[in-house]
Design a protein around this ligand. Structure first.
Ligand SMILES: [Zn+2]
Length: 398
C-alpha cells in the first residue's frame, strides 16, 4: 500500500515546528510536484466509498428549481439553473454562517413532500453512481422534512424508496451502487430519542446508523445521552458530528460518553498532536485513543476549507493524519454547497499530496472497513469490487 511511502515523504520534508499543529501549519507534501496527479477519468472510474454525505446538501440545481415550482416554494434567490448552482457555492464560501445556513433553508424548503423526497434520494443515488461511488451512506434529518404534514415515518420511507429507485436506475445505466441511510438528529433540538427509535424501526430496510448534527458550540453530544444509550442497547451504529468547529471537548464527549463508532469530521483531533523539530509527531491521550481504537475520521476536505477549519486543501490535516495512520476516510459533506464530488475530492488530494491509486485504494478500503453494513457485506465489496477495480486501473497505467 502507499501509505508507508507517504510517511517517508513527510519525514523528508516536514516543516518543523514545536507545539500543537494548526491546520495552516500542516506541511505541504514536498514531493507532490514529483508525482503527476491522477487523470480525472481514472479517478472517476475508480471504485469509491462515501460515508459522510448530506441528502439536503447534494441536490441538483435544476431539481431545486422544478421542485420549488411544483410545491409553490417562492423564496429561491434565482430560477436560472447555472446561477443557482453558483449561488450555493458562493453563499457557502462567503464565510458568513448566516448565508451558509440560508442555503439549507432552500434545499430543505423544497424537500417537504413524498414525491420530492423520493426524487431527491433517487437522483442522489444516480449521481453518486455516475461518479464511481460503489457504496454510500447518505444522511438526512427526518425532523427537518415535516413542515408540510409528513410524519417522521413517511419521511424515512420516502427517502428509502428513492434510494432503491436510484439504485435500480443506476443498474439499468450499467453502474453498481448500494446506498444506505443514516438518520440525523439535530443537536440543537430535542427529538434525538424519537430519531433513534426510527433507526431501530428501519434497520432492516436500509437504515444503518444514527448521527447528530448542527451547531457544535454550546450543544455537546452528551445532551443526547438518552438516545445514545438506547441505541447501544439495541446494538445500533452511531456516528457523531464532532471536532469540526468546536474541537477536542466535543470529540472527547462523543468518544467517551456517547459510544460513537466514527467521528463526523473529527479533524480537530490535530489539536492533540504536536510535531517536534525532528518531524516526529507526539500524540496526546485522546489522539492516541482515537488512533489505537481505529476510530474512523469522516474527513471532508473542501467543506473544511469553506468553513475555515483548514486554510487550503494542501494545508488540510488529512496529510498529517494519513501519515500517522489514523483511520482516514475522504468524504463530500455537501456536494451542492461545495460544488464537489468524490472524484473532485480525490483529485484535489492527488494534486495537493501527490497521492496515487495506492492511496486512493487505501482510503477506499478504510471507508468500507468503517462502514455500518455487516462485516460479510464489507468484505464482499472489498474483495469483489474495490480490490479488482484498483488492480484493473493499475494494470492500465503500466
Ligand atoms: Zn456533515
Amino acid at each position: 500500500m502507499g501509505v508507508p511511502a507517504l510517511t517517508e515523504r513527510y519525514r523528508d520534508g516536514v516543516s518543523v515546528e514545536t507545539g500543537p499543529v494548526h491546520p495552516s501549519a500542516t506541511p505541504r507534501d514536498p514531493s507532490a510536484g514529483q508525482r503527476a496527479a491522477l487523470p480525472e477519468d481514472v479517478v472517476r472510474r475508480a471504485p469509491k466509498v462515501l460515508l459522510h454525505d448530506h441528502l439536503d446538501g447534494g441536490l441538483r440545481p435544476a431539481t431545486i428549481i422544478e421542485l420549488a415550482a411544483e410545491t409553490g416554494y417562492d423564496a429561491l434567490p434565482t430560477t436560472d439553473v447555472d446561477e443557482l448552482g453558483r449561488w450555493f457555492v458562493e453563499a457557502a464560501d462567503s464565510g458568513s454562517l448566516v448565508r451558509y445556513l440560508e442555503t439549507f433553508a432552500h434545499t430543505v424548503g423544497v424537500m417537504q413532500t413524498h414525491a420530492a423526497l423520493v426524487r431527491v434520494a433517487a437522483e442522489c443515488a444516480q449521481d453518486l453512481a455516475a461518479d464511481g461511488v460503489v457504496y454510500a451512506e447518505v444522511r438526512f434529518a427526518p425532523e427537518l422534512h415535516v413542515t408540510r404534514g409528513l410524519s417522521l415515518d413517511e419521511v424515512v420511507q420516502a427517502v428509502l424508496e428513492g434510494f432503491r429507485l436510484g439504485e435500480a436506475a443506476a443498474t439499468a445505466a450499467g453502474q453498481q451502487i448500494r446506498v444506505r441511510a443514516l438518520l440525523t438528529a439535530m443537536r440543537t433540538a430535542a427529538r434525538s430519542r424519537e430519531i433513534a427509535e426510527l433507526v431501530v424501526d428501519y434497520r432492516d430496510q436500509g437504515v444503518v446508523g444514527f448521527d447528530i448534527a448542527g451547531a457544535e458550540a454550546g450543544f455537546p453530544p452528551s445532551r443526547h445521552l438518552d438516545a445514545f444509550e438506547y441505541l447501544r442497547g439495541e446494538s445500533c451504529h452511531i456516528t457523531i458530528h464532532a471536532g469540526e468547529a468546536f474541537g477536542l471537548p466535543s470529540i472527547h464527549e462523543a468518544v467517551a460518553f456517547c459510544g460513537c463508532e466514527r467521528l463526523g469530521h473529527g479533524v480537530r483531533i490535530v489539536d492533540d498532536i504536536a510535531v517536534g523539530a525532528d518531524g516526529e509527531a507526539s500524540l496526546g491521550r485522546l489522539a492516541t485513543y482515537v488512533r489505537d481504537l481505529r476510530i474512523p475520521l469522516e474527513l471532508c476536505p473542501s467543506s473544511n476549507v469553506q468553513t475555515g477549519a483548514a486554510a487550503s486543501i494542501a494545508e488540510h490535516p488529512i496529510g498529517l493524519l494519513a501519515r500517522l495512520r489514523f483511520r482516514v476516510t475522504v468524504n463530500t459533506d455537501n456536494r451542492l454547497m461545495s460544488g464537489t464530488s468524490m472524484t473532485r475530492e480525490m483529485l484535489l488530494l492527488s494534486e495537493a499530496f501527490g497521492w496515487g491509486l495506492d492511496e486512493m485504494a487505501w482510503l477506499t478500503v478504510n471507508a468500507l472497513k468503517s462502514s455500518f453494513i455487516n462485516f460479510d457485506e464489507r468484505l464482499a465489496l472489498i474483495d469483489g469490487v474495490v480490490k479488482p477495480g484498483y488492480a484493473a486501473l493499475a494494470a492500465e497505467q503500466t
